[in-house]
Design a protein around this ligand. Structure first.
Ligand code: FDA
Length: 387
């Protein structure tokens, strides 16, 4: 028969890594089912035909990792530019350099500080509340960085991100709010960082480019006829939402989504950098992206740029689920879904949606590599039970 050896549901980094490993190392025939019109999951991007600018369709994706195994693996499919991510934040008509560092402290307080002076200042301002007494996100943040920085750089942004006043958010949402007492404004601390030289989609397509891998687009595994064809008949790696798989029997897990308003503007350079956060509470969007700046090495149509205003809100069932909200109620439901998932024969659940976890790309890849090594390879190469 031409039944595949393995079905992978979802063609994001998790599913593609599984498919690529099984096809290349074990010579298995892998069928990837993807419900969108394109492969690649949320890292997918398209080049705008008019301006030549690469547009990340589901929000900006910056690759970074300190994991040697992941770095070696991804370099088989793409090279990376030497882009280093920097973020700025606007507040009350001024632009500051993030993450919070000496540059920000100096411009915000209007005076130059040595590292020790800045440390003493923040220690004094944060002494208002003891961290262990913090009852909500606001108090926790003040206990870590003091009220003035909290009110400018955390309060408005967080309220917009969660559509909830920070006094009503759990203190657990933040564990640390690092302040750098130097001028380092690199956003990520990882050993490796960069953007795929010829774009995300070229990278994702190369992962699927193997004679043993077939990708079927516009195909929803949860459609009755599709699941009837494969469920219980071949091993399946499912990377879609875990609650949907079980028909939401325990209720829906809650997610935040982001509305992206993409627009082409008639200026060569709109904001001078890739990402500017909007910290003012009365500005409705959370941040503005300008894609051109992610690839300064490319040539573009002059006089044009593409910018995106991002708006954060709770996801409705028809929205793209982006960030798990993870309330106590969600965690309870998740435990029940995990139980069901354990018992589901011949199906492994993985990825961001399948485990209800925010995973960066490098984490999704690392987690897929370990599922391959610890579960799929023992099963297919040595006949171990698939669990
Ligand atoms: P992913 O969501 O990519 O793929 C799942 C796929 O399954 C989707 O294509 C979906 O259509 C498909 N699917 C679901 N149900 C299905 C069904 N029933 N049938 C068929 N197909 C189905 N990471 C990072 O390292 N740096 C960054 O800057 C960012 N930025 C970022 C911004 C935003 C807004 C988000 C939401 C995420 C990021 N990420 C990120 C994270 C990155 O997107 C993430 O690591 C990968 O998407 C994880 O890959 P997965 O394969 O797990 O899921």
């Amino acid at each position: 028969t031409d039944r595949p050896d393995l079905v992978v549901v979802g063609s994001g980094f998790f599913g593609l890594t599984i498919a690529e490993r099984c096809a290349t190392e074990l010579d298995l025939k892998v069928l990837i089912l993807e419900r969108r019109y394109h492969l690649g999951g949320n890292a997918y991007s398209e080049f705008d035909p008019e301006t030549g600018i690469e547009v990340h369709k589901y929000g900006t994706h910056l690759f970074h990792t300190s994991n040697e195994k992941v770095w070696d693996y991804v370099n088989r499919f793409t090279t990376f530019t030497n882009y280093q991510h920097k973020v700025f934040g606007k507040f009350e008509g001024q632009v500051y350099s993030l993450p919070m560092n000496l540059a920000l402290i100096n411009s915000f307080f209007g005076k130059s500080h040595t590292p020790d002076e800045a440390r003493a200042l923040i220690a004094e301002q944060s002494s208002e509340i003891d961290t262990k007494d913090a009852k909500n996100l606001e108090e926790k943040a003040i206990s870590l960085i003091g009220r003035p920085l909290y009110e400018a750089f955390i309060k408005g942004y967080t309220a917009k991100q969660w559509q909830t006043d920070p006094t009503e958010l759990s203190a657990d949402i933040i564990t640390r709010l690092p302040v750098r007492y130097n001028f380092d404004n690199r956003y990520f601390n990882d050993k490796y960082e960069g953007l795929p030289t010829d774009g995300y989609t070229a990278w994702l397509e190369r992962m699927a480019d193997h004679p043993n891998i077939e990708v079927r687009l516009d195909t929803d595994f949860l459609d009755e006829d599709v699941s009837a064809e494969f469920k219980g008949k071949v091993p399946i790696v499912y990377t879609g939402p875990v609650d949907e798989y079980f028909d939401n029997v325990e209720g829906r897990l809650s997610w935040r989504t982001v509305d992206l308003e993409v627009e082409t503007v008639d200026v060569d350079d709109y904001q001078g950098t890739g990402v500017v956060n909007a910290n003012d509470p009365d500005v409705p969007f959370t941040r503005v992206l300008e894609f051109k700046h992610l690839h300064p090495e490319r040539t573009y149509l002059p006089g044009k740029s593409i910018v995106v205003h991002e708006f954060s809100r709770f996801a409705e069932p028809e929205d793209e689920p982006y960030y798990p909200i993870n309330t106590a109620d969600d965690r309870e439901k998740l435990l029940k879904y995990r139980d069901l998932a354990e018992k589901e024969p011949m199906v492994l659940f993985g990825g961001r949606l399948g485990t209800y976890k925010y995973l960066d790309m490098h984490m999704a890849i690392a987690s897929a590599l370990s599922m391959y090594e610890n579960k799929l390879k023992p099963h297919f190469a040595d006949g171990a039970e698939l669990k």
